[in-house]
Design a protein around this ligand. Structure first.
Ligand SMILES: [Zn+2]
Length: 360
């Protein structure tokens, strides 16, 4: 396996995001904007004005990113045109034109309409990028991530900027609203034990490529030990799956925490990532077949900040499983899994990442 590498990031002189909602710039490009700002670029965020408290939150989020903020009163073509003429950004980032969210599509189209005349007049922007979106999926399918920016160094800044949007579902290290039963009993999550968690690398674009696969003999057959298939809707408990990036992984029974050594022994050497997944729901052809109680958030503080969801797709023709990243908050993840299940043969499993660590 070739480890994923990203080329060194060269910040443009100036960057403008034009997005639909007050927290979109933070959510879809916040790490990149912070990187640009740190490199001395002029960073501007434009968003249609929303009623309070969201307008104030937009200002607070932009301040964290060191960005100037324009709240557009009328998101018509005239507004981005004026803004483009005024700021003359080198780079513009907006939503995918075929984003799954209608608001995102509308503002991206408004921006696009404004571009030709402005580019002819000013020669700017030199490049226009679209950002990632929910589940890395557009109406036309998976986002091809042509450009990936490593935002490890600005990840915490991005988190702080998102936290400024206090009225929005946070899902950032906050426990579920009500304490829920833990079907597998007490104890810490095994994956953290004996392993040194590393900073999670979060990328713009779609980080979960088709190479995120695992061979079938390690998933779906012995889960838990002699307990059936994780895609079986009749299995009554949530249980956990251990998923190693692009490597075979081993599945442990739910009634026993694997020791650190055991976990190490189960994972092949090499640059890899191990995720502990908890089953949340099973979907088939757009219908929910089963759901399970959600466990407590991760005991690993650094990772608890993610509250990340993944969808496990059924095996392909070659018998390989694929993991698709899904965005928080949970209601978005549920909707995504439901939609996704309408497009693939066989059931899909919505999982929560309870822990996640990488090493080499
Ligand atoms: Zn949005």
């Amino acid at each position: 396996m070739t480890p994923v590498t990203t080329p060194a990031f060269t910040a443009p002189g100036s960057v403008l995001t034009v997005m639909a909602h007050p927290d979109d710039a933070e959510l879809w490009a916040g790490g990149t904007l912070a990187l640009c700002g740190a490199a001395g670029a002029a960073v501007t965020i434009a968003v249609p004005r929303h009623p309070e408290p969201r307008a104030a939150e937009a200002a607070a989020g932009a301040a964290v990113l060191g960005a100037g903020l324009y709240q557009l009163e009328q998101p018509t073509t005239a507004a981005p045109r004026e803004l483009l003429l005024e700021t003359q950004p080198e780079v513009v980032i907006t939503h995918p034109l075929r984003d799954v969210h209608a608001d995102h599509r509308r503002i991206a189209e408004v921006l696009l309409n404004a571009l030709p005349e402005v580019v002819i007049t000013t020669g700017h922007p030199r490049r226009v990028y679209t950002a990632d979106t929910y589940n890395g999926l557009t109406l036309d399918g998976t986002i091809p991530a042509h450009t990936v920016v490593d935002i490890s160094s600005t990840w915490t800044t991005k988190q702080r900027a998102l936290a400024a949007h206090a009225s929005q579902p946070q899902g950032l290290g906050r426990p579920p609203r009500a304490a829920r039963p833990r079907p597998w009993g007490r104890g810490q999550h095994g994956a953290a034990r004996g392993l040194r968690p590393r900073r999670i690398r979060v990328m713009a674009g779609s980080p979960n490529s088709k190479s995120d696969r695992v061979t079938p003999e390690h998933l779906g057959h012995d889960w838990p030990a002699h307990g059936g298939n994780p895609f079986d809707a009749d299995l009554p408990w949530a249980g956990r799956l251990y998923w190693a990036r692009a490597k075979p992984s081993r599945v442990f029974p739910p009634d026993r925490e694997p020791a650190g050594d055991e976990l190490y022994a189960a994972i092949p050497m090499g640059y890899t990532t191990l995720a502990t997944l908890e089953r949340l729901a099973l979907f088939h052809r757009g219908r929910r077949l089963a759901a399970w109680e959600q466990g407590p958030p991760s005991s690993n503080v650094q990772l608890a900040g993610l509250q990340q969801y993944q969808v496990l797709l059924p095996p392909d023709d070659e018998g390989r499983y694929q993991l698709v990243g899904v965005n928080w908050p949970e209601r978005f993840a549920v909707g995504a899994a439901e939609q996704l299940s309408g497009r693939v043969d066989g059931p899909v499993l919505l999982c929560r990442v309870v822990d996640h660590c990488g090493w080499h």
